[in-house]
Design a protein around this ligand. Structure first.
Ligand SMILES: NC(=O)c1ccc[n+]([C@@H]2O[C@H](COP(=O)([O-])OP(=O)(O)OC[C@H]3O[C@@H](n4cnc5c(N)ncnc54)[C@H](O)[C@@H]3O)[C@@H](O)[C@H]2O)c1
Length: 326
């Protein structure tokens, strides 16, 4: 069962699960996702994850073996303005989901966590044991869930892998699905909106960071690589692997200016920029150390930044307004 499967990463993971022979059912309340992001013919439940009774029924009826849990509110900026809705939707509703799983005897979960759980202090790659000190309500809601899941696994109720994603980007090579967040806050789609003529220029927040070109460095991971990490984490649990948390990033850092340059090359558009002040909470460098997932799952990313931008451009140029609104 994939929760939040109508969203960006969920819809890509469903494709990867199906390519690997898994049979998938989807639960999504469509508060953010799109029916059109789902493969034709898939079993879809238009349900909130917090509806314990319904989750229990679905798990029993569909003989669910494992849950991949993407469903969440994800906009960091909004989480700072509306903390209650984040704790309610992300933490409380996850408890509802866990209760439904528990009642129907489902005891495996892959959980979407985030690099936002770390308290970032040094410009070096983050390891899983690096200090946790989320700077946003969003990050804290995810870390709370990680802690709940870790306690459930400690007492033997659940086997769980928390995957801490860095910056997910790119789109399925088919160009049929891709990123369609409303509001969009992620760098690659925002830059490509300039190339599509939907915004005049891209804001670069801060150009005086202690990085080679002064702009922030981030770790971009292709959504299909991320999707594959979920399939491999699921297999790992099926084969008796122990509960754990893994970073999922490329391990390579690119500055905002480097990403813009790559988008210029791919689209052939000049993509004007303008400088804006630093944003609160932005750190100079955010980079994943991925040794743990490489060792435990034998997972390695296959896509580089150029391919991330090419696949994203393929999707956005074919669907300039994303998925249609319901
Ligand atoms: N996009 C990134 O770069 C990134 C980075 C780190 C972590 N994550 C995590 O990955 C997960 C997926 O992110 P995404 O970019 O695909 O987000 P998304 O908004 O595209 O997808 C989330 C999906 O969850 C659904 N949903 C939300 N609350 C729900 C609820 N209570 N019940 C049922 N469905 C619900 C939405 O309708 C949507 O389809 C999230 O948990 C997010 O925190 C994303």
């Amino acid at each position: 069962m994939v929760t939040g499967g109508a969203g960006y990463i969920g819809s890509h993971t469903i494709r990867q699960l199906q390519r690997s022979g898994y049979s998938v059912v989807v639960v999504d309340n469509l508060s953010r996702g799109y029916r059109a992001a789902l493969p034709e013919g898939i079993t879809f439940y238009h349900t909130d994850i917090g509806d314990t009774q319904r989750i229990q029924e679905i798990c029993s009826q569909e003989q669910v073996d494992a849950v991949i849990h993407f469903a969440a509110l994800i906009e960091v900026g909004i989480s700072q303005k509306e903390p209650f809705s984040f704790y309610e939707n992300n933490v409380k509703q996850t408890l509802g989901l866990l209760a439904g799983m528990r009642r129907s005897g489902v005891r495996r979960m892959i959980f979407s966590s985030t690099a936002a759980v770390y308290g970032v202090t040094e410009p070096k790659a983050l390891r899983e044991e690096s200090p946790k000190a989320p700077a946003s309500v969003y990050g804290r809601s995810k870390y709370m869930i990680e802690q709940i899941l870790s306690d459930l696994s400690m007492v033997g109720e659940l086997d769980v892998i928390a995957l801490r994603y860095f910056n997910a980007a790119g789109a399925d090579v088919s160009g049929d699905i891709g990123e369609s967040h409303r509001p969009e806050t992620h760098l690659v789609p925002l830059i490509l909106q300039v190339a599509l003529g939907q915004r005049p220029s891209i804001s670069v927040f801060g150009n005086d960071y202690p990085t080679p070109d002064g702009t922030c460095i981030r770790d971009y991971i292709h959504v299909t690589d991320l999707a594959e990490a979920h399939v491999m984490a699921l297999r790992y649990l099926e084969q008796g692997g122990a509960s754990d948390a893994f970073n999922v990033g490329s391990g390579c850092g690119y500055s905002v200016q480097e990403v813009i340059a790559c988008c210029r090359e791919v689209t052939g558009h000049p993509i004007p920029t303008h400088h804006a002040p630093r944003r609160d909470g932005d750190v100079p460098v955010l980079l994943a150390d991925t040794q743990r997932i490489q060792q435990a799952l034998r997972w390695l990313p296959q896509y580089n930044l150029r391919q991330i931008v090419e696949t994203a451009w393929h999707w956005h140029s074919r669907h300039p307004h994303g998925f249609p609104l319901p």
